[in-house]
Design a protein around this ligand. Structure first.
Ligand SMILES: NC(=O)c1ccc[n+]([C@@H]2O[C@H](COP(=O)([O-])OP(=O)(O)OC[C@H]3O[C@@H](n4cnc5c(N)ncnc54)[C@H](OP(=O)(O)O)[C@@H]3O)[C@@H](O)[C@H]2O)c1
Length: 261
């Protein structure tokens, strides 16, 4: 069964994974609405993709969320899918106090975690009324701390637990809502990972991520661990303490190499 005929809101739809899915979903015959903060970039994407609708919106700005909800209610009352894709990732040296104001340290929490929760809750009634679907984008790095991204890891673990709880509540309270967690591995065809070489180990092509996700949607999976995210899932379950140490040593030396004598 092809994923078609839906009306899909994608937060963070102007770049990387969100933009890749926006293009694919549109190609498959879905109505696609994308959001992002940067208006200039959004307009550029809308000019290049005439089937898309766009709306400037910051998932971390609680005051602007009602405007997005009103826009959707007025123009797309048939909305039945949201994909929470907006996200940022920071490598942080927790000991560099000068760069680490609380504002900087909590930005990923506001965008990745609270943003996902706020957007989902704001559209829950509409989605349930339309037999809807939530796709929350977490990360392979939700499974264990990698050392270099201390706040990112916890935001994505939070997205995982929120998604599980929402899915279980939907079943318990007999709501017509499906909740899917999409767990991507490293995808370098993105702004978020533009600093990483495409030949990095375990990198997944964006087109492969999309194909694997569409197969997962067709097979009715609740959680789609794409590519290397399957191994990261296992690493977080079996010998997780040991794997945390190994992964952290590797990632910390990649991101914060020590000066050699
Ligand atoms: N790339 C990877 O290796 C990888 C792996 C696992 C999971 N993920 C997850 O996949 C999702 C997409 O990431 P990506 O790699 O495609 O990154 P990307 O290329 O940097 O795209 C991020 C998108 O999110 C938007 N965005 C950022 N902050 C926002 C905010 N506060 N409100 C609304 N939109 C916002 C950006 O536009 P503006 O800046 O204009 O707002 C952009 O459209 C993220 O949740 C990320 O954590 C990525």
């Amino acid at each position: 069964m092809t994923f078609t005929g839906h009306t899909i809101l994608i937060t963070g739809g102007t770049s990387g994974i969100g933009l890749g899915f926006a293009k694919k979903f549109s190609e498959l015959g879905n109505k696609v609405i994308i959001t992002a903060r940067n208006e200039k970039r959004l307009n550029q994407i809308l000019n290049e993709n005439l089937t898309f609708t766009g709306f400037v919106s910051d998932v971390a700005d609680k005051d602007s969320l009602p405007q997005l909800v009103n826009f959707i209610k007025e123009n797309f009352p048939q909305l039945d899918v949201i994909m929470n894709c907006a996200g940022i990732m920071r490598a942080i040296n927790l000991f560099e106090q000068a760069d680490n104001s609380l504002k900087v340290l909590t930005e990923e929490i506001h965008i990745n975690l609270l943003g996902t929760i706020a957007v989902t809750q704001a559209f829950l009634k509409i989605l349930v009324a339309n037999n809807g679907l939530v796709i929350n984008v977490s990360s392979g790095l939700s499974n264990l701390a990698d050392g270099a991204h201390p706040i990112y890891n916890l935001t994505k673990a939070g997205v995982h637990f929120y998604s599980d709880a929402l899915r279980e509540q939907a079943k318990y309270f007999e709501k017509t809502l499906k909740v899917i967690e999409l767990v991507p591995p490293l995808v370098t065809e993105t702004n978020l990972e533009s600093h990483t070489n495409t030949d990095a180990p375990n990198n997944m092509a964006l087109s492969d991520l999309i194909s694997e996700t569409l197969a997962g949607l067709e097979n009715g999976l609740d959680r789609i661990d794409a590519g290397f995210a399957k191994q990261l899932h296992q690493m977080g379950k079996v010998n997780s303490d040991e794997n945390t140490k190994l992964l952290s040593q590797q990632m910390l030396s990649n991101y914060f190499p020590k000066m050699k004598d």
